[in-house]
Write a protein that binds this ligand. Structure first.
Ligand SMILES: Cc1ncc(COP(=O)(O)O)c(C=O)c1O
Length: 391
């Protein structure tokens, strides 16, 4: 047998988290609910796309992605976010994950500094860590990244002659905390980013899933596009398996990004189908999915109230797919996960969201993937696991 271990690149040793076996109530996974996949409409869109443009699938796609889809995204951005973006600043990517990797590959040399929120999407940490950066994390609360802390950090880095490569933030319904960055903080962040000549990388894959209140303008639009890279995705609205996302990017970055986008293009068939589908159905689909996920959120909040009651704190997100829960002091977080798994319920432990592996007093519950009854049953089992591990 060949021994591969001395051959692997160091970046393959970054740990990711997967449960070892399937569990009946897996609140770790934030997949969209498969029962609402729009099969009929996708079939119709695929038929139309293939009969009108099928031959295009025979050849390699445009490096920036299907022009029709970029047009659709530009129109979508104008109507939902009131930003006018020319299509030559839109790059289609294989899910926003590819955008996380592309931005990392474009800017990070090993040892470079990048800034994130204190808790952030583990896929982002994975994408960035491939490039071996130093990740400096900034605390956040229900109004998003603490821009006073950010100001101190940027000043400290400047004194040490360290130029951060970018500031990454998930502005809407942050993964994992559910926070929405306030308008004031968005403005502060923008002004700091300009003062310190540091681009902002705005990940907005959850902005469409707003259940109440008014949307806050994206940093991209506050900036008039200058100095901000914005990331979007159809994964949560249409289906994660379509693997279609997009980057809106300042023009000088595009040639650099295309040099390292070594994938020979995004799947043409998927791009055409999504373009066709979005043009016809996006408005109704957004309404439908907001209603469905709002009700799931409410089911989980109600179950948490009923089964965990007074002793525990959790977030009340106005959108998105997650609840961020603080484990009570008397519950042993080191024993909680294995006890929960024994009972058949899984969650995402706090440290997996932290660049420094901190936050074991937190966990994230995703409510997207289960029906209301299962959400209740799973939360009840979690409550039992907490009681069992209480000291
Ligand atoms: C904040 C954030 N960004 C990006 C992604 C990646 O999504 P996709 O690659 O499916 O577009 C996710 C997925 O959960 C996410 O939570």
């Amino acid at each position: 047998m060949m021994d591969y271990s001395p051959l692997f690149a160091s970046r393959t040793f970054f740990q990711t988290y997967r449960p070892s076996k399937e569990v009946p109530y897996d609140f770790q996974v934030a997949d969209p609910d498969p029962s609402y996949f729009p099969t009929e409409h996708i079939l119709e869109a695929a038929g139309k796309a293939l009969s009108e443009r099928g031959r295009e699938v025979a050849v390699y796609p445009e490096p920036m992605g299907d022009e029709e889809l970029r047009q659709v995204i530009s129109e979508r951005t104008k109507s939902l976010e009131d930003i006018s973006v020319p299509i030559d600043q839109i790059i289609i990517i294989s899910g926003s994950t590819q955008g996380l990797c592309l931005v990392a590959d474009t800017f990070i040399e090993p040892g470079d500094t990048v800034i994130t929120e204190q808790y952030t999407y583990p896929g982002t940490l994975r994408a960035f860590n491939r490039c071996s950066p130093k990740i400096v994390d900034i605390s956040l609360d229900e109004n998003g990244m603490d821009t006073e802390k950010l100001a101190e950090t940027l000043e400290d880095l400047r004194k040490r002659k360290i130029q951060p490569k970018f500031i990454y933030t998930i502005t809407n319904f942050q993964n994992p905390t559910g926070a929405v960055m306030s308008l004031k903080r968005r403005r502060n962040l923008l002004s700091l980013a300009r003062d310190y000549n540091t681009p902002i990388f705005e990940d907005d894959v959850y902005g469409d899933l707003i259940y109440e209140g008014e949307p806050v303008p994206p940093i991209y639009s506050l900036a008039g596009g200058e100095g901000v890279i914005k990331l979007g995705s159809f994964s949560k609205i249409i289906g994660a398996g379509m693997r279609i996302g997009w980057l809106i990017t300042p023009t000088p970055i595009i040639p650099k990004m295309l040099t390292i986008k070594a994938d020979s293009g995004v799947n043409s068939f998927s791009m055409m189908v999504v373009a066709e589908y979005v043009r016809k159905h996006m408005h109704d689909r957004l309404e439908e999915m907001r209603g469905i996920y709002r009700a799931k959120r409410d089911a989980m909040l109600e179950a948490l109230d009923d089964y965990l009651g007074d002793s525990t704190e959790w977030s009340h997100p106005r959108g998105g797919l997650f609840i961020w829960l603080k484990i009570p002091i008397k519950v042993d977080p080191d024993k909680l996960l294995s006890t929960a798994l024994e009972k058949g319920v899984n969650y995402y432990p706090g440290p997996k969201f932290s660049p420094r592996n901190e936050g074991k007093e937190y966990l994230r519950l995703a409510y997207s993937n289960y029906g209301h009854e299962d959400i209740r049953k799973g939360v009840k089992l979690l409550a039992e696991a907490m009681n069992k591990t209480r000291t």
